[in-house]
Design a protein around this ligand. Structure first.
Ligand SMILES: [Zn+2]
Length: 60
């Protein structure tokens, strides 16, 4: 098995985590309201999916 040659610095870890923060599996960005939403689901904030509004929001 490959073994890491040295300890990764806190700085290196934080740089990487900052870059991948929003791309973790389980979330994607809504093109309508730019909020986080579940992939392959209608958006929880604006109710849109694939550019169309699927779920009408009553509180508007
Ligand atoms: Zn949305």
């Amino acid at each position: 098995m490959g073994v890491p040659k040295g300890k990764r610095s806190k700085s290196n870890n934080r740089h990487r985590r900052a870059a991948q923060k929003l791309t973790l599996p389980g979330f994607s960005v809504c093109p309508q309201c730019h909020g986080l939403k579940m992939p392959h689901h209608a958006c929880g904030q604006c109710g849109s999916y694939k550019g169309r509004v699927i779920v009408e929001k009553a509180a508007e």
